[in-house]
Write a protein that binds this ligand. Structure first.
Ligand code: GLN
Ligand code: ZN
Length: 758
């Protein structure tokens, strides 16, 4: 009889309990023992929600991040986190968040954080260097195993595998992460000893790096590692997810482990093949329920595929979600305001486990009467791109290309806008104060009538415009006070997109996001932003930018229907945003910014898939922005600095002006974009908005000088490196004043230089 299990459960709780507990602890509202006690209760609730499974995962719960947990488990804790305390929990939070006043002696900057494969979850990057030595601290995991058993659960510890751990690490000297494998493996061996000592039968070892394109050295690393960890006393389930194994398949199939878990939601061929190759005692776990999406599974189709496998493998067939359920919200039952037609299509973590139970019952009773799913797409097949997808087949090039060249456009634009050299601007949002959040909440709850809410937002816009005029900025923004979130706001306004009340998923630590659900064809049935922008422009003679979120970012930060290719959904959103762009232009908006903050995030894990992705992603942006007159200036913004692998795509977007995050990485940006590196105009962020500390006049002057020395000044803009919504008004005005002053200084310097050379 097939066995059902889970790879990991969301940690945050149905109503983000973990977030509130952590924040209370960080703000000294609750003691450490209260934190421990209450988070443990939350974890027990999570276990209870999985009680219908044959075994529950243990070790998936985390107070911040499972990669950081692993670093602590293998004793890889850089000394700067241990400087002020012997308490491992405080060291742990220091690594995650840094200590308050950076730069002071004794204080530590947080470890770097980056995206977990192609998800929107962020992990804490392990740091390694020649001085790193590993040692085992298994106590927390062993304690959890015992505690879960006490509740009567059959447990399966989950650990992050050694090779993926190194794959995700960064060395801070010139050494190679893989070179540390020999040192790391004995720690894993000792961990398996300890688990075996507790009588643990199965351990799940997560190795998602196996679905990436791996250099040969890493493939060899896998063989070495699992040969080294091979043993009889405890069963290892080598667990891969986020895609197929492709060219790693043969290597993986030959590893001496007790079982494999494969993600079959994107293809079943490898599982079928592996089932034929399994050694007599090996187990095959198939991830049949999509752990990356929120739609009900087509259980009838899954059953059809599973039946023969079940016959062949019997109790050596295990069923699971494709990956940890970390990436989906906890429970659909919390949604009381969603229309039934949408709610009926949904399965969050709790419902996904119910689906496993149903499947197991059906397999056991040979009863195929399972709920289906009326969507056109077949289980484990990618929906094909529609034949008339403009983004991919290149037809209708006029929809995707601006008629005039950048050089000519930019001349017309700068003349029409009458801007000084080194124009100053901001990225869009201004502080989201408690007052703003309060008003929005009251409006949503029906306590604040729509006209009053509108009047309130207009007052915020007026304040924002007045402040920017006083600061002497050149291109103004309305401040985005009406937006809770740059994607959710558009989700609320577009047809075919729904927003949930509690559909939170963890982004990092205590931070959660609530992705909208793209459940149907996306259309724009009413203006999205025009009235706010018109109001802002009516208050000033300076140009006000129209501010939109781009189609790729909306797509990448949403849960997307799985019966249509992503490129097709991107195209639908592209047309909707294009309409808005054109309506903004028609009402007289001269600059329109289309943010693509998440374009890079959508990059596939497989190199062979990136080109197609970048083609449709870039074209979706161009679809929005190519319908305007030459004199209308298109801006875009991206908040990251790793552009080396997508520079050509950025150039192809052909935005007139791009503002980017650069305050922490001037040199990389310079290397890629200065001189002939980037043909259009660019605003490398001159200060880091993530820091509450005001940039000094001196630092800003030096940076501006550096930029004017290295970039073509006729195409250079001056701006912060991201939106200002997380800062306070005093922080924002001080920093922007310093930025404007430094720009004035730079202009004087440049005009002096011109006079001298004349
Ligand atoms: N316009 C948005 C803002 O300023 C951009 C945010 C982002 O890049 N994440 O808030
Ligand atoms: Zn940004």
């Amino acid at each position: 009889m097939a066995k059902i299990h889970n790879l990991g459960f969301p940690r945050i709780g149905k109503k983000r309990e973990l977030k509130y507990l952590l924040e209370d602890f960080w703000n000294d509202q609750i003691s450490q023992s209260a934190l421990t006690e209450k988070t443990s209760a939350l974890w027990h609730e999570n276990l209870a929600a999985q009680a219908n499974l044959d075994c529950v995962p243990v070790g998936d719960f985390s107070l911040y991040d499972h990669v950081l947990d692993t670093s602590f488990m293998v004793g890889n804790v850089p000394s700067r986190f241990k400087r002020n305390t012997n308490d491992s929990l405080l060291q742990y939070f220091t690594a995650a968040r840094g200590t308050a006043q950076q730069g002071d002696c004794g204080c530590a900057h947080a470890a770097e954080m980056t995206k977990w494969f192609d998800t929107n979850y962020h992990y804490i990057v392990p740091e390694i260097d020649a001085s790193t030595s590993f040692s085992l601290n298994a106590a927390p995991l062993l304690k959890a195993v015992k505690a879960a058993r006490c509740q009567g659960h059959d447990v399966k510890p989950v650990i992050l595998g050694p090779v993926t751990y190194l794959w995700l690490s960064r060395t801070v000297d010139n050494t190679e992460p893989l070179d540390y494998l020999r040192d790391l493996l004995p720690v894993y061996k000792a961990l398996l000893d300890a688990l075996s000592g507790l009588g643990v039968e199965w351990v799940q070892i997560d190795e998602p790096a196996l679905t990436n394109t791996l250099p040969v050295a890493w493939q060899l690393g896998y063989q070495f590692a699992y040969e080294y960890l091979k043993r009889e006393d405890i069963n290892t389930l080598l667990t891969t997810y986020f895609g197929s194994l492709k060219d790693n398949f043969d290597m993986v199939a030959g590893l001496p482990v007790a079982g494999f878990h494969l993600d079959v939601t994107r293809g079943t061929d490898e599982a079928d093949q592996l089932a034929n190759q399994l050694r007599a005692s090996q187990v095959l776990s198939v991830g049949v329920i999509d752990g990356r999406n929120v739609w009900k599974a087509p259980l009838d189709q899954i059953f059809q595929w599973l039946s023969p496998l079940n016959e062949k493998l019997g109790n050596r067939l295990w069923l699971a979600p494709s990956c940890s359920l970390l990436h989906v919200p906890v429970d659909v039952q919390s949604e009381t305001r969603l229309p039934a037609v949408i709610k009926d299509k949904l399965a969050f973590a709790t419902q996904k486990l119910d689906e496993l139970v149903l499947l197991k019952k059906a397999l056991t009773n040979q009863d195929a009467s399972l709920p289906g799913n009326d969507r056109a797409v077949r289980f484990a097949r990618q929906p094909a791109v529609s034949a008339n997808n403009i983004l991919l087949n290149g037809q209708d090039a006029t929809l995707l290309t601006r008629a005039t060249s950048f050089t000519r456009r930019y001349e017309l634009q700068q003349a029409a806008l009458n801007l000084p050299v080194l124009p100053t601007t901001t990225i869009g949002s201004f502080p989201q104060t408690a007052e703003i959040r309060q008003a929005r909440l009251r409006y949503k709850r029906g306590q604040l009538p729509a006209p009053d809410y509108e009047a309130f937002i207009k007052k915020q816009i007026a304040h924002c415009i007045k402040t920017q005029e006083a600061l002497g900025l050149d291109v103004l923004v309305h401040g985005e006070a009406e937006r809770n979130d740059m994607v959710e706001y558009f989700g609320e306004k577009l047809t075919g997109v729904a927003v949930t009340s509690f559909g939170w998923v963890q982004s990092y630590g205590s931070r959660c996001v609530k992705p909208p659900l793209i459940h149907d064809d996306v259309k724009r049935h009413a203006p999205l932003t025009t009235s706010w922008i018109a109001h802002a422009q009516s208050l000033t003679d300076k140009p006000v930018k129209g501010m939109l979120t781009g189609p790729v970012t909306i797509l990448n930060w949403s849960f997307v229907r799985d019966d249509l290719a992503r490129a097709d959904v991107a195209q639908q959103i592209g047309f909707a945003i294009r309409e808005e762009v054109q309506e903004l232009e028609a009402q007289g908006t001269k600059i329109i910014q289309v943010d693509e903050a998440a374009l890079r995030e959508g990059l596939p894990l497989r190199q062979e898939e990136t080109e197609t992705y970048l083609t449709w992603a870039v074209n979706a942006f161009k679809l929005c922005t190519s319908g305007v007159k030459p004199a209308t200036q298109i801006h875009t913004h991206m908040c990251y600095s790793e552009f080396s692998d997508i520079r050509d795509a950025i150039i192809n977007m052909d935005a007139d002006v791009i503002t980017i995050e650069a305050a922490r990485s001037q040199h990389t940006i310079l290397a890629l974009f200065s001189g002939q590196g980037y043909p259009n105009a660019i605003g490398p962020g001159v200060y880091d908005i993530h820091s509450p500390v005001c940039p000094t006049q001196q630092a800003l002057r030096e940076l501006t000088e550096y930029l004017t020395d290295n970039f073509d000044i006729s195409r250079l803009w001056i701006n912060p490196d991201c939106g200002l919504k997380t800062r306070t008004w005093p922080q924002v005005t001080a920093a922007l004043q310093a930025m404007v002053d430094a720009t004035k200084h730079a202009r004087e310097r440049l005009s002096g230089r011109q006079k001298n050379s004349a």
